[in-house]
Structure formats: C-alpha cells, structure tokens
Write a protein that binds this ligand. Sequence first.
Ligand code: SF4
Length: 525
Amino acid sequence: MPAFPTFPKAAREATGNAQLRHNLRKATGTIRGKRAAVVAELDDWAELRRAGKQIKERTLRHLDTYLEQVEAAVIAAGGTVHWAADAAEANRIVTDLVRATGERDVIKVKSMATQEIGLNEALAEAGITAYETDLAELIVQLGDDRPSHILVPAIHRNRSEVREIFRDRMGEWGRPAPDDLTDEPADLAAAARRHLRERFLSSKVAISGANFLVAETGTAVVVESEGNGRMCLTLPETLISVVGIEKIVPTWADLEVFLQLLPRSSTGERMNPYTSTWTGTTAADGAGDGPGTFHLVLLDNGRTDTLADTVGRQALRCIRCSACLNVCPVYERAGGHAYGSVYPGPIGAILTPQLRGTADPLDASLPYASSLCGACYEVCPVAIDIPEVLVHLRERVVQGDAEHPRAKGHLAERVAMRAARTLLDSPRLLGAAQRAGIATRRLHPGRLPGPGAAWTDTRDLPQFPDESFRDWWARRSAAGEGAPAAPAAPARPTPEAGQTPEAGNAPASGDTPSTTPTSAPEERK
Ligand code: SF4
C-alpha cells in the first residue's frame, strides 16, 4: 500500500481546495435529491430495508454453507473456482490465468474488489495492461488519478477537467479524442464510446467483480448504468470475476430485494439500466449463458476477521451503493482521496480499518473521520449502524487487542487518559491537583502545548474557577449553610375563570392522578 497521510492531514489540504469542494457539493447534492425522491415513492421502503438487513445477516451467519453451495453450482455449470486468502494470492491467481490465455491486454468492468487488491498495478508488473471501461474509471485511469467515490470515481473532476484529460491522454491508450472536443456531456460520452468500442471488439479476456452471487445457482450479477459492463461480460472469450466472499445472497427471491434497494440508494433510479447475470460457461452446443471460459476468484482479504467481530461484521452487509458518502458532511468537504482508501466516506471509515487492521496511523485515523451525526445510518439500505461501528473501532484504536495492535499515533491520548484515571481514582490526589490548578490559574496558557495543541486549535481551553466544588461545599457546610435552596418549581397553570377541562379529558371522580405512590415500591412489584 502506498504511504498516504493520515485523514486529518489529508483532509486539511483537501478542504482548502475550493474547486474540489464546489465539485463535491454540486455532485453529492444532486444525487442526494434524486435518491430522496425515489425512496419516498415506496410505501414499503422501511420493510425492504429491514428485509435487506436480515437477508445479509442470515447469509453472513451461514457464510460457510453458502460459499460451498456457490462453489458446487459454479463448477456444475462449467466454471472454475479459486480461493484467495489475501490480495497477493488473488493477484497471483488472476495474473496466471491471464498469462495462460497468451493475452497481454484485458478489459475491465468497474470493480471495487479489484481496486482493493491493486490488481491493475499487479498486472502491469507482469506486463499485462488492464483497460478500464467504466466512463468514470476511464477518466481516473487516463488522468493517472485515484478514484474518490464508490459509484462516481471521478466525482472530484468537473467537465472541463475531463475534456482536458481526454484531449491530452486518450491517444496514448488507444483512439484519440477529436480535436474539436467540447466539454458538453454528450460530446464527452461520444468520445469515450468511440475510444472504448475498439477495445471491446479486440479483447479476448475480461475481468470483473460482481454485485451479488446467487448461491442456489452459482450466478454472478453485475448492475450498471452505461452498458460497458454488459459488453465486457459478453464479448470476450474468457471472463475472470474477483468477488468478495460477502457478496452472496442465498436465492433469486433474495436478490429481488436488493435489486430494489440498490438503484434507488445509489443513482436515485427506480431500476438499473443494465443488469447482467451469468452462470458458469456457455457449452459448445450453445446451452448456458456464461462466457466460453469462466473463473471465479473468491476473495477473503480480511473479511473472515471482520466476520469474527460481532459489532464490526455489519460492515460486510454493505452493497456499495454509496448513499452514505453522499449524505456525509465530512466526505462532502474532504472528498474521497483524504481517506487514503479504496473505500472512502463512512463505509470506508469502518471497512478499511477492519480489512487492513488499525496498526497503520492512516487506518487508525479513519474511525475518527466522522462527526457521528448518524446521517449515514439513516440512508443505508441495509441499516448498517455506521456510528456504532465507528465508536467500536475508536475503542480498538485506543485499547488495542491481540489481533489489532494499538496505533502509535494515539500515544498522547493514552498517556492523558491514564493520568486522568489515576487522578480520578484518588480523591486526595484529585483535590491536590485542583488546588494546584486554581493556585496557578493566572499562569495558564490560552492554548495547550505539544500534541495537546491539536485539541485547542479548534476549542477554547476552559478556565479554572476560583474554587473547586468540593472546597465550596466544605466551606458552606462548615459555616452551616449547606446547599442553596433548589429553584422553586414553576406554578402549574390553572384554568382561567370560566374555563373547564373538556368533558372527554376530565378525570372521573376518584381517578385524580396523584404524584404520591399508593404503595411502597416493594408492594407494587
Ligand atoms: S454502508 Fe450502506 S449506505 Fe454506505 S455504501 Fe454500504 S450499503 Fe450503501
């Protein structure tokens, strides 16, 4: 993994980029509005959401059974199944499979799993060029850039930036952009279509991920908006699909739920323009609906460890709709690159530290990349309680455990917490510290020095009072004053003259509510 700065550092730089903030605000605001409108159309959205959550939960509980079911069904349909424990193994498997075809070029369907394992880079090292075919991924690839959104990887780019990238770089990767290319969306799409068409027609190997794997038939499913995925999945002779083990749904009836939840949550559409499914291979007699050769690479890469965490495992329910990114105030200002992770935004803040661990300072900073406002939970179509997992992971970062060593970056916080615990455990020490603080209060600086400065950069340091509460209480008690009287309770409003309670609301005689319990608590048990 290349070294990226921690989230606070990267976010500070990103939030200073006014163009980036403008692009993000415009794009996420548009998608947010579309999503809200189409979700409001469904009276049973809450039930669908509950169903999606429960199907995923049940599947994760019996994942071992469903994985074996998928494997058996894919093999029965003529495909080959490979198991990859981590990114290195997955990359090795895919590289060997491509080499075996004798090809040096492959086309790709947009896939988060292949980004997660750094497949393009691994293939490049082996002398194989991977061509992205999704429009946004193409923009990212041509611009030597990194994706910054799950659904719209080039969300940080505006139209004129895209035109410049197409004009400057398209020729190096294939058919060049026309000289008179404008920044009109239709022109940009037409240039991309002509560029990609040549690639589709000449490629013999395609690599994809899958949005879902239907266990009962071993069917892989890809949903997309542009049709480029459909071309990759149907034209080449060999298809290699790298799929995370959490992508399974048990049956086609279960899939039905997600095909309603996903498009409304991600693109604000009622259904996906393209839904492609394939099962194993197409036999010589034409039976079957898969490619000539099909390889399924089932990817773990930290998912089994995530599954073992009873709080954190809910992140594996994610269907990568990106709704949580589009409502997140932190993402909207900092953008996706600040997360230094393939999965940005709220889902990245909980998934990445679980898949990669929290020992690296960047990964340890991700659970803090949130205001815990809860907007992400509200929109998540599978009801992942992202704030709950964030807090859980913050605890892991501070405390550490055998599996997840503590991050070094929070040493100062740990030292401060330990000192506070010692003080609060001892009334004598606490009293002495308070008196010392009060005696020296005129010397206190307005800002904390050293690592504490990060805290006072955005907050005022509270002033010590003239006297601690304990001393104040002791002094008053010694003088026989005790506690000051409690403020008088506000008088209960009485009906104005001539007003009587409405007949229907008037308590019946003898039912007058009383604040005095009619019996002792023990008797009422
Ligand atoms: S966490 Fe929920 S809202 Fe966010 S991408 Fe995953 S499914 Fe969508």
